[in-house]
Ligand binder design. Sequence first.
Ligand code: SAM
Ligand code: SF4
Length: 334
Amino acid sequence: MTQPLIDPFQRAITYLRVSVTDRCDFRCVYCMSENMTFLPKKDLLSLEELDRLCSSFVRLGVQKLRITGGEPLVRKSIMTFFDAMSRHLASGALKELTLTTNGSQLDRFAKDLVTAGVKRVNVSLDTLDDKKFADITRWGRLPQVLKGIDAAQAAGLRVKINAVALKGFNDNELFSIQEWCAERDMDLTWIEVMPMGDIGNEDRLDQYWSLKDLRAALAERYTLTDLAERSGGPARYVRIEETGQKIGFITPLSHNFCESCNRVRITCTGEIFTCLGQEGHSDLRAPLRTSQDDAVLEDAIRAAIGLKPKGHDFDYSRQDVAGRVSRHMSHTGG
Ligand code: SAM
Ligand code: SF4
């Protein structure tokens, strides 16, 4: 039997997040600069290479696969890849196939995603105000995303909204976003803004809205009960007793969640990052391209997992972003 992937700190790796493109139809201010230079196509893993790579991870015990980007649904022929992954759902090896999307293409693809076996999607949405949405995404239009969310729910997908918490931007929408999600029976997760990319960190520190403060503001109006539920990732959950709604908080900077980390990330160029907060990574594209032998690829995967660090070094406390990493979220996959 194939030995499962266990890292040096005895954490089993069961969750893989894969970025399938660095491109996007939005230019969210905290994620990309307006005039991003994207990678040459030849540097990206082909859909066949993505299939081989993800299938190897599934063989090695990965049970949950999240497709991200960039915007995964702008990758040409991406449904071919989702369809291919559905064989691992059918065999029972893969328990969940899912994606994180900005929602702009969901109107087109929601039904196809359901056909491929996707049951849940995370849609990133930071504001319900048309003008603010256009400002924060630069290129995005809110009605298109709302239409996408409608299509996803109509197709039977469970939708979770991810909102980046930004002081002076969406703090005044705390309740309206939460109530809108409750009305539509959608869970909501707030994400603390992270020091990613070379977009300059002054603005980001200005906009940093601690989820501790966000939670305190919620608790003034509602009764919050902490839930024990953990996903092996940085999210913590509470239930709002008045509505029954579950709210998540992703606080990678102010909490240490590393001891339960079960995940690794693969960039669109086939680099594996075993920790979101560290620069250390290994290349899986070379073994993919130089040999058709899956044993070679599996050895490279095991070697990379053997280097997974114990934890990250993010620290906002000194008003200086220590442990800041220079790559963009759209490259690594958020
Ligand atoms: N394009 C898709 C989307 O927006 O959902 C998937 C990729 S995006 C990089 C994944 C997630 O990362 C989104 O929820 C986005 O809001 C989040 N994100 C991007 N840059 C971030 C940052 N600097 N801090 C915190 N979250 C960030
Ligand atoms: Fe695109 Fe998602 Fe980054 Fe926004 S957060 S620019 S939608 S990849």
